[in-house]
Design a protein around this ligand. Structure first.
Ligand SMILES: [Zn+2]
Length: 283
């Protein structure tokens, strides 16, 4: 593996919008951070601006999105699209300041965050990048979900999802994740929800900021969306984008081939915990 250096962003960049679950308007700023900081969220709306490090050790809820919390009780929710963009762009160190618990959902994809990072520019730093690698396969299975992590020199995801007896059927996609491939193939793919789950989400006080501007709704194989689908298999691609984000909770750039059948946040985070537990010290 060639030796790459850690990266931060070259300048601070900001973004505002509505959060998906809380529905509040939130202002987000990404700022450069020193070597070995990792990805650190800061709640600027709370006294003392408490920090929450994006690491599997701090994940507290994975039911609908990935939520992380600090010992200070500060928490941030739905961080996976930002994490995916940072992972794909090879940004190791950054402060993400938000004046609310949840980042803007934007158009439901990672595209706006990836563009924000591009706008900031990448700043190389004076320390080698850290990689999660493995020399043996790792395996997770639970209730129809399977994840296999295989040794590889590159970061690759192969994913299958299925929507039963509907027109959406079974979707498969496989991709080596690079900044370029992520921007083109995964970044634009939006959040989706099944129509039958919406009432449940709303009853639970979630999806308050949800609309057809930031999510694709599926109903018996039909698509309810303001602009149709961006790819015929946009759903499996979005799952892969979420996975790029959740796997960054290792705190390192992942170099492995992840094969996933029907993944979700719980299985992603459980797999990350196993990846950290199995670490062999290889760099
Ligand atoms: Zn997502």
């Amino acid at each position: 593996m060639n030796m790459e250096m850690q990266n931060t962003i070259a300048k601070a960049v900001s973004f505002s919008g509505i959060a998906l679950h809380t529905g509040v308007r939130v202002h987000l700023t990404m700022k450069p951070a020193p070597v070995d900081t990792g990805i650190v969220f800061r709640r600027t709306d709370m006294p003392g601006n408490p920090e929450v490090r994006a690491h599997a050790a701090y994940v507290v809820d994975v039911r609908r999105a990935t939520t992380i919390a600090a010992p200070s009780k500060a928490f941030v929710v739905t961080v996976e699209h930002i994490m995916a963009s940072l992972h794909a762009a090879n940004v190791d160190n950054v402060y993400v300041e938000m004046d609310s618990a949840e980042p803007p959902i934007a158009d439901g994809s990672a595209g706006p965050y990836f563009r924000l990072i591009r706008e900031a520019g990448i700043q190389e730093q004076d320390a080698p990048a850290r990689y999660w690698t493995t020399d043996k396969p790792l395996y997770y299975e639970n209730r129809g979900t399977t994840l296999v992590v295989l040794p590889a020199e590159v970061f690759k995801i192969s994913c299958t999802v299925e929507f039963g007896e509907t027109a959406l059927g079974t979707q498969f996609f496989s991709l080596e994740v690079t900044p370029e491939s992520f921007e083109r193939e995964l970044g634009p793919c939006r959040t989706f929800a099944a129509y039958r789950d919406l009432a449940q989400l709303i009853a639970a006080g979630l999806a308050k900021g949800g609309s057809l501007d930031n999510a694709v709704v599926m109903h018996e194989g039909a698509i309810i969306s303001n602009e149709g689908l961006r790819f015929p298999n946009e759903m499996v691609r979005h799952k892969m984008m979420d996975m790029v984000g959740d796997l960054y909770l290792t705190g390192k750039r992942v170099r492995a081939h992840v094969i996933a059948i029907k993944p979700g946040h719980p299985s992603n985070v459980e797999t990350v915990k196993r990846m950290l537990a199995s670490e062999n010290g290889a760099k």
